[in-house]
Design a protein around this ligand. Sequence first.
Ligand code: CA
Length: 362
Amino acid sequence: MKRRSFLAGASVAGLAAASLATPAIAQGKRELKLVTTWPKNFPGLGTAAQRLADNITAMTDGQLTIKLFAAGELVPPFQSFDAVSSGTADMYHGAEYYWQGKSKAFNFFAAVPYGMTADELHAWIYWGGGQEVWDKVAAPFKIKAFLSGNTGVQMGGWFNKEINNIEDLKGLKFRMPGLGGEVMRRLGVAIVNLPGGEIFPALQSGAIDGTEWVGPWNDLAFGFYKVAKFYYYPGFHEPGTSNSLGINTDVWDSFTATQKTIVQTACMAEANRSLAEFNAKNGDALQTLLTKHGVKLKKFSDDVLKALGEASGEVMAETGAGDAATKEVYESFLASRKNSIGWSKLAEESYFAARRLNFKYG
Ligand code: CA
């Protein structure tokens, strides 16, 4: 029987029933595995990854059905990159500095000490050549990655004693990822890197003396205030940390042009929505920490911040003098950072200073 005559003879209802019974793959629907470095539905990080997965699924009408696996559900959190690189998973959602063991260059696409704010990072990645150098670094690992979230400026972290000068940092066991951790190490801190879900137990057992994580909203959720009372700012090490969606390049190449546009646009939307969420929720969470949980809010002294800045400058220069790919990323980053600093000084910094002047408003 010819296909045409078969179709002509079939009822519409019969076709619909056959279609429902057909496996997803036969309808052109693909299920893709997304692994994340975050605990399941962790506020702002796990939930952003889930929103992104759901949006891509919805916008492709299920043609790309993204199934999310939280930290440890398919692979341990820090193995997410390898899982996608090898094709065990199709995509990851995490922070690029977790992959600095693969190449130091990855740090630049999450956050580096005294680097860029969220807005400045977006300026670099979207308009300053950042995406191009990122693609070059990630391609040998069979990864194509996009910005897909941002925490804004992070806090300096939780300490079990006051940090009045850099001597107070010496000998502390502290959790901090990326190049910020290397900066602290140079000031005598014993640095460990732990995925989010492992920090609280380490803090509670005394395996670490302190930790940084993100900011008030996220840190409240993990309950660090139960163990450490001194909460320092600003987070010199993470001035606007991006999260990213990394996709196996075979998977990426298999997408249609429409699917690629959808994935890319969904990531950009989530980068924006996620930053707004952190900015919306940090203020109230900070008040809860201070008034309900007796947390002591402290600002690092200028001397401490300057010492951290000098060590950061050294670490960045050494990192930039590494392999050719990292050098290219560093130079692109530095040029964009310089450009942003010049403009930010006239625009945002001047405006913030003006808004703080003493006048009646509302
Ligand atoms: Ca952090």
